[in-house]
Design a protein around this ligand. Structure first.
Ligand code: ADP
Ligand code: ZN
Ligand code: ZN
Length: 681
């Protein structure tokens, strides 16, 4: 007779019933232990879980299969970790097994993990952090923020202008933590992989390279495993990573930092659609650990949490070294000839920068050469045959590429519909901007008499491994005079020589049907402005240029004054009147099917099953609608919006609804998923 063990295994997304599974072990195992167990014909990695209340339904031991190997070299995952995983699975309506196993590095399934752990455990005491170089004395604002972080429970919203020294506050907060407890661990989250090298360098410079590990999806599996184990064994003092790192195993966690907390990248957009920012706040609360969220343009959710006294707002309005924020200049594009890409005053301003040896950054949120290729004789456009979207024209390799499904073809020599050879690009992307700038700036000269150098940085130019680092290094070294890019270049980077930033065509977001579009645009423009004038000596003449057809839009008035609070207040007022988040809570049910009718029929049955369920009295169920990009890779997509003034009511409803959805059988339905607190509707 063996021991009854409850084990969480990788289960399909929605099979929440019957979790965890029961197995027989030779000896009792602590919850959190890692094991290998048979599942069907496979052997999978699993996590021993806490017994269900009352020990669950009685099981017949004779029916149970035995546990395989125990990953004995690895200490069990902590109760705090298990609680986080269980919360995330419940809140985001996914199975425990899916969330738990996705939170572990893929190679943990192999037994080499144990050997690696043993090797790491045998090394020099765990890394001790020692400040390696003398950090700058904190400014008054930084000192005040740090004092509040030391004295109060938080969570904190560090609302600091771009260049106000937020990162320095994180470094000092970590330093204070390690001074109190040399064995403590700090978790630092950043929104994008391309921001990790810069931040990692700053932490390593301060605390020593062996104290910091990174965790993000850009790492190889062995690298991830090593970083994960170093964190799990309590050897790494600082774990720095993207959203997935919120699930890192950190036995001595003492502080959580979420940098650029407003960034939409913190929301996972597939599988369990969790918000790493929100889970960080939950984790901090559950583990009694302080949480610092930082941003120059906080999410309206976090801003409102400060209004309500749930978060403590710490303000740092001034740039370090008395540097000035850039002057904002709007160009009214209604007064420019049709089709103008760069207005003459903007070009002149860029030319001046080149002559002075300063850099300019020009951004446009669209990669490729042109979003559409069109025939001038008939109505042919470069539609994707698999999606309800146009394929983007990439001139560099003369391809038409679908940015939704990846379908790629050579550009046709002539119109495929009428044979006309005059097919032309419509609209503009970063490739086209780069090409035009090279032409327009052909006469511009640097102080050394050399022609101006224009470079482009976007998902295409940085696809190859190492390309991003190389391009960033070139910008930092001053080898580039004008950098053209997508929003990738507007975030977080500490470029020292940029004194001009230009948004050439940001208007689309002003007329979007997405109610979050103005919030996203405002923060994008503020972040972009934050790249200019970061060197105080050059900041006085720094400028942010915006070309727009709607210069009278109220958002630009706030942007001119760098006045986020004014913008936030105006937006929150609109949201309150319209009962939109953060004054209401939302969830989406998304469905994918062979036809739009089938997808919508499933959603309609789901809606019909709603009334009478727990919480339904407080939940509004809207009608099914096609998604904005309705067809992707020949799959039709539709969605249904749920809204409630009460988060608990919405949660109760979703929990009751989920098993009903599992029972719905609709022929031709491919899959469905629930998205709680969706960012894009
Ligand atoms: P943010 O994260 O708010 O954009 P950073 O922390 O990157 O700002 O700081 C901007 C620049 O100012 C960095 O180069 C940083 O090294 C420098 N800096 C930050 N705090 C101080 C300080 N107290 N004294 C001198 N320089 C500082
Ligand atoms: Zn044609
Ligand atoms: Zn496509």
């Amino acid at each position: 007779m063996g021991e009854l063990l409850h084990v969480v295994v990788p289960t399909p997304a929605h099979s929440t019933v019957g979790e965890p599974l029961s197995y027989l072990g030779e000896a009792p195992l602590a919850p959190g232990s890692l094991v290998r167990v048979p599942l069907g014909r496979r052997e999978v990695c699993g996590v021993v879980w806490d017994p269900p209340p009352g020990n669950g339904t009685p099981v017949d031991a004779a029916q149970l299969r035995p546990v395989g190997a125990v990953l004995g070299g690895l200490p069990p995952l902590s109760a705090g970790w298990r609680q986080l995983v269980a919360f995330a699975a419940g809140y985001y309506q996914r199975s425990l097994g899916e969330v738990a196993l996705a939170a572990l590095p893929p190679q943990l399934r192999g037994l080499d993990a144990v050997q690696l752990a043993r090797r790491l455990q045998r090394k020099a005491a765990p890394a001790a952090a020692a400040p390696r170089h003398v950090p700058p004395a904190p400014s008054d604002e930084q000192a005040q923020a740090l004092a509040a972080i030391a004295a109060e429970p938080g969570p904190f919203l560090l609302f600091g202008a771009t260049g106000s020294g937020k990162t320095e506050v994180y470094l000092r907060a970590v330093q204070a933590l390690l001074a109190r407890d040399p064995q403590a661990q700090a978790l630092v989250l950043v929104p994008e992989i391309n921001l990790t090298p810069q931040l990692q360098a700053r932490f390593e410079e301060r605390f020593g390279a062996d104290t910091v590990v990174a965790l993000h999806s850009g790492m190889t599996n062995p690298q991830r495993l090593k970083g994960w184990i170093a964190a799990h064994l309590g050897r790494a003092r600082i774990v720095l990573g993207t959203r997935m790192a919120v699930f890192a195993s950190l036995p001595t966690l003492g502080l959580i930092v979420v940098d650029e907390e407003h960034d939409p990248s913190y929301k996972q957009q597939e599988g369990a659609r969790y918000s790493a920012r929100d889970l960080a706040v939950y984790r901090g609360h559950a583990e009694g650990v302080k949480v610092v969220l930082g941003s120059a343009t906080p999410s309206l959710e976090s801003w409102q949490a400060c209004d309500r006294g749930r978060y403590r707002c710490l303000e740092m309005p001034a740039r370090i070294g008395a540097g000035a924020l850039p002057t904002v200049r709007l160009v009214n594009m209604n007064h420019q000839p049709r089709g103008t890409l760069f207005s003459p005053p903007l070009l002149a301003a860029i030319g001046q920068r080149i002559a002075r040896g300063e850099q300019s950054l020009v951004f446009l949120n669209r990669r490729g050469y042109a979003p559409v290729l069109a025939c001038n004789a008939c109505d042919w456009k470069s539609e994707c045959s698999h999606c309800s979207a146009f394929r983007v024209f990439h001139k560099i390799d003369r391809t038409l590429r679908c940015h939704h499904c990846g379908f790629t073809e050579r550009v046709p020599r002539a119109c495929p519909q009428c044979g006309n050879v005059d097919v032309a690009p419509l609209g503009r992307g970063t490739e086209r901007l780069e090409e035009q700038l090279v032409e327009l700036l052909a006469q511009a000269r640097r102080p050394d008499g050399e022609p101006a150098r224009v470079a482009r940085m976007d998902a295409d130019s940085t696809r190859l491994k190492g390309a991003l680092e190389e391009q960033l290094a070139q910008v930092h070294a001053g080898e580039v005079d004008v950098l053209v890019g997508t929003q990738m270049v507007t975030k977080g980077h500490d470029f020292r020589r940029i004194t001009l930033v230009a948004a050439v065509n940001p208007d689309g977001a002003l007329y979007s049907s997405d109610f979050r579009a103005p919030e996203r645009l405002f923060s994008l423009l503020m972040q972009a402005a934050g790249r200019a004038g970061r060197d105080a000596a050059r900041s006085a003449a720094s400028e942010m240029w915006v070309q727009t057809f709607s210069p009278e839009h109220p958002m630009f008035a706030a942007l001119k004054k760098h006045d986020y609070p004014a913008f936030a207040e105006q937006q929150l007022q609109e949201r309150r009147q319209a009962a939109m988040p953060p004054f209401a809570f939302q969830a989406l049910l998304r469905a994918e099917a062979r036809t739009q009718e089938i997808a919508q029929a499933f959603l309609q049955s789901a809606a019909d099953a709603g009334p009478g369920l727990d919480g339904s009295g407080h939940v509004v169920i809207y009608a099914p609608v096609p998604m904005t990009v309705q067809r992707v890779a020949n799959v039709e997509r539709a969605q249904l919006l749920l809204e409630s003034g009460s988060r608990p009511a919405l949660q109760a409803f979703l929990a009751a609804w989920q098993p009903v959805l599992q029972g719905l059988r609709v022929r031709g339905l491919i899959r469905w998923a629930i998205d709680v607190d969706p960012l894009v509707i």
